[in-house]
Design a protein around this ligand. Structure first.
Ligand SMILES: [Zn+2]
Length: 445
């Protein structure tokens, strides 16, 4: 039996049913599971003192393309809209291989961990030069984060009227076979799972109708989740209407892409009927505020979605379109953008904190995560609010969204300490950064 006691936190944000926030409280972890939350708890195991800290559930990132950390701030893509940006980056991505995929994933996951993330999904939709989904899974295992990789795909190349170059697309039969391979090899349906695999054709504009439909059938047969991009911007809506004669929501519904086992990234342009459809069908949304700003896509109707009962979570999106991967900074941007769209009372700091933690767990189908209550898995972020960023704050919980810090002090995943005193315990970070920069320079040549 292994115990860790996080002792005497200024506040513990439990996200329990009453949203209680006990002060001067402890969290006891036993064998990777939360055993107790309260005052005056005892242990014979390790003690981590959290005086001056706010303790929250680990943040959950529900949309990323980790490989894109190798193409941040690429000059030709800095000021382009979505489709132009993609056309600039595809030829660079086509030169990557397994080492680029692994190192870029380590980089992106390190950035997420240091910003409070304990569970990240990833959407890898191209496999150039022998790259495979497990290149990212091995990176997540090395750093110690919980990971929901999705087996993405593109099958309609330029010669068939699609957006990506033909060299980056795969045959649809091979895509489905590889989905089966990685699900069988890596997906773990049990509570406390460290890896769950999803099925994720890239977007309606890069795969066929048949692949969307077959992917949904395969995912349901295997009991795994479905993920893709949807209704990201005006070009995306226009493409759907021109190619399929309907809006993205109807397209998704027709092909089996709604339900509690589906989550869509962006959804900036969902209309009222589509929001109702998502609420009724329990379909989830990965809201990516910085990426939507960066590509000028618009402000997603998160307030309207939440009011209608849609499950909403946060995603930093790929690092080529953010280009940061700091999850708590993403949450702050999400809170601010809803205020731009709907007014100053449209999104409170606590509601955004809920979206970033519990909301993410719910969208990814994890009823074992997202709350600090006994029986839940011990995925925990410890934020030091005694420093400069929050100095003078009257409400330390709201300060996490309104002020800072933007880096976690300690991070626990399944009870294992992945970050201690602001440093990763599992990774030689300077070495990862050096390798990452070497690979980026080689891609630029
Ligand atoms: Zn994306």
């Amino acid at each position: 039996m292994t115990e860790i006691l996080i002792r005497n936190a200024d506040v513990v944000v439990t996200m329990d049913g009453a949203r209680s926030e006990p002060q001067g409280a402890d969290v006891l972890i036993r064998d990777g599971v939360i055993a107790a939350v309260g005052q005056g708890l005892r242990t014979t195991g390790e003690v981590v003192t959290a005086t001056g800290c706010v303790v929250t559930p680990g943040f959950v990132n529900t949309h990323h393309h980790l490989y894109q950390t190798l193409t941040r701030a690429v000059p030709g893509g800095q000021d382009a809209l979505l489709f132009g940006w993609l056309k600039t980056l595809y030829p660079i991505w086509a030169r990557m291989g397994p080492e680029e995929i692994r190192v870029s994933a380590l980089t992106g996951l390190a950035e997420l961990a240091l910003s409070g993330c304990t569970l990240s999904s990833d959407h890898l939709y191209m496999y150039p030069n022998g790259a495979r989904l497990e290149d990212t899974i091995h990176a997540a295992q090395e750093i110690g984060l919980r990971f929901h990789p999705t087996r993405g795909a593109m099958s309609i190349g330029q010669s068939q009227g699609g957006l990506p170059p033909d060299a980056l697309v795969e045959r649809e039969g091979a895509i489905l076979n590889d989905c089966i391979r990685v699900i069988d090899a890596f997906h773990d349906p049990r509570p406390g799972a460290m890896v769950r695999v999803g099925v994720a054709p890239c977007s309606p504009f890069s795969v066929s109708r048949e692949l969307m439909r077959d992917a949904a059938l395969l995912a349901r047969d295997k009991g795994v989740m479905l993920h893709t991009h949807l209704a990201e911007n005006d070009e995306d809506i226009a493409y759907s209407q021109a190619q399929f004669g309907c809006r993205p929501g109807e397209y998704a519904q027709d092909l089996g892409w709604t339900g509690a086992d589906v989550w869509h990234a962006h959804c900036v342009k969902l209309d009222g009927a589509e929001i109702d459809l998502f609420a009724r069908s329990r379909t989830g949304v990965a809201h990516c505020p910085c990426s939507n700003c960066r590509l000028g896509s618009g402000i997603a109707p998160v307030r309207q979605m939440r009011d209608a009962g849609v499950k909403v979570a946060l995603g930093v999106d790929g690092s080529a379109s953010n280009d940061a991967g700091n999850l708590i900074a993403e949450a702050r941007m999400g809170m601010l953008l809803q205020r731009v769209r709907n007014g100053a009372d449209a999104m409170s700091a606590r509601e955004m904190l809920e979206i970033a933690t519990l909301g993410g767990a719910q969208v990814l189908g994890r009823d074992d995560l997202g709350r600090l209550v006994p029986g839940m898995r011990a995925d925990i972020a410890v934020w030091d609010v005694s420093g400069l960023e929050a100095a003078g704050a009257w409400d330390p919980v709201a300060a996490l969204m309104l002020c800072g810090p933007t880096r976690v002090r300690d991070l626990f995943v399944e009870g294992r300490q992945v970050v201690r005193g602001g440093h990763l315990t599992t990774l030689d970070l300077p070495r990862v950064i050096e390798t990452q920069n070497r690979l980026a320079r080689a891609l630029a040549r």
